[in-house]
Design a protein around this ligand. Structure first.
Ligand SMILES: Nc1nc2c(ncn2[C@@H]2O[C@H](COP(=O)(O)OP(=O)(O)OP(=O)(O)O)[C@@H](O)[C@H]2O)c(=O)[nH]1
Ligand SMILES: [Mg+2]
Length: 394
């Protein structure tokens, strides 16, 4: 085993020295900052190499164990020697891999060089730049904004990590811009482009108490009648709420619609197939037995769409608990209300994961006022990061 220290102005330069001296198989043991005789910042990398391992020069002439892994991509495993290599890859028994004294193809050589260069750029960014880079303040501020907007640490780390990799691979790239665009893309990935409801569809709203289920049902009804000229009926299976029937009838009277109260739902509504039927439900409770009864009723109604409605004001940990309750009803979509009262939208990312579906609608006005809205990933990223429109483009 040979251990040696290499000092240079940049990580990339130090890695080049290591590569030239020890070859590709050298292993980096430690990296630290150093100061040159002139007082400038340098980087010192301590690397080691197994004396018996081939150097870069010999690696380029022969295919060693490490590069055998790349072989299946370029050549079919037809010969007994190839079969042994394949077995070694599958079982991990690398010692049994025969050394093949064949020249490396120029394509593989080129690919290895490209990968090494990319790795060097990434290391340079990670190991040298962060402390001196003027991006750091902006990065810290973006991280704080994301954290305050209820994004999970796991999400924030992954977003920043991907942006670092993306920008490390490109010269003159803008890390903050990459994070902003990444956020827009990630919001978009949990949002459903608007859907067309048709005759016979049954849209059921479930969710925590007071999350805005009835209001969203009213807004959707108004939208379908006014904009889509659809035939709509309203129904409710809320037996719990005092005044629930009156609320349903108020919406129905206001919009001139037929309504089915809780007691009529399982009877007449089951046979009903004309128009689009919107069904309200009671708030999910902590009692598992009550929830099971509710979900049985929901099953009988056989909804085509089950929308989990939540308020942007709900504390994330509570929201995730209630989403786990709601998951038993197998929601097809979810919707966020109260967007006028909160700008903390990080919960939607985790919610999509728990519910295994996407966000379909949003609301930013109390019941009876305003239209139902489709989510806008750009606007949500903009609000989250408090930036102008043009800074949040993908
Ligand atoms: N500011 C604001 N208020 C809303 C929004 N959506 C609903 N609300 C209000 O929130 C309150 C609760 O809304 P509901 O639609 O009754 O909620 P719910 O989920 O049906 O409530 P329960 O039936 O009691 O479980 C009402 O006062 C609504 O006007 C919204 O997007 N923004
Ligand atoms: Mg309600």
């Amino acid at each position: 085993m040979k251990v040696k220290s290499f000092t240079a102005d940049t990580v990339a330069e130090a890695l080049r020295l290591i590569k030239a001296d020890m070859g590709r198989n050298a292993i980096v043991l430690k990296t630290r900052k150093a100061v040159s005789a002139k007082g400038t910042t340098q980087v010192e990398i301590i690397a080691c190499i197994n004396d018996e391992q081939p150097t870069t020069a010999s690696v380029k002439k022969t295919v060693a164990t490490e590069t055998v892994k790349a072989a299946p991509k370029v050549s079919p495993m037809a010969t007994p020697k190839a079969a042994a290599i394949k077995k070694a890859i599958v079982t991990g028994a690398h010692d049994s891999v025969p050394k093949i004294e064949e020249p490396l193809s120029p394509i593989i050589n080129q690919k290895l060089d490209n990968r090494l260069e990319r790795l060097e750029r990434i290391l340079t960014r990670y190991l040298v730049n962060p402390v001196q880079n003027e991006d750091v303040d902006e990065l810290m501020s973006l991280r704080k904004q994301l954290s305050e907007s209820d994004f999970t640490n796991e999400f924030i780390e992954s977003l920043i990590h991907d942006s670092l990799l993306e920008t490390a691979a490109e010269a003159d790239s803008d890390l903050a811009q990459s994070i902003r665009s990444g956020l827009v893309r990630r919001f978009a990935s949990v949002m459903q482009p608007s859907i067309e409801l048709k005759e016979g569809d049954r849209v059921l709203f479930i969710g925590p108490s007071g999350s805005g289920k009835s209001s969203m049902m009213g807004k959707l009804a108004a939208h379908l009648i006014g904009q889509k000229k659809s035939k709509v009926k309203l129904a409710s299976i809320d037996d719990f709420k005092i005044g629930g029937t009156e609320e349903l009838n108020s919406y129905a009277d206001l919009l001139g619609l037929q309504s089915f109260s809780s007691f009529e739902v399982t009877g007449s509504l089951k046979a009903e197939s004309s128009g689009i039927i919107l069904i309200d439900s009671p708030g999910l409770t902590a009692d598992e037995g009550d929830r099971d009864k509710l979900f049985c009723r929901i099953n009988e109604l056989n909804p085509t769409h089950c929308v989990f409605v939540f308020s942007a004001l709900t504390r994330p940990s509570d929201l995730y608990t209630m989403a786990k309750w709601g998951r038993a009803a197998t929601p097809t979509h979810f919707a966020m209300t109260m967007m006028d009262l909160s700008t903390k939208y990080g919960g939607v990312i985790k919610l999509a994961e728990i519910l295994n579906c996407k966000m379909l609608w949003t609301s930013d006005a109390p019941g009876g006022i305003g239209d139902i809205q489709v989510p806008d990933p750009n606007a949500m990223a903009r609000t989250t990061l408090e930036v102008e429109a043009e800074l949040c483009k993908v």
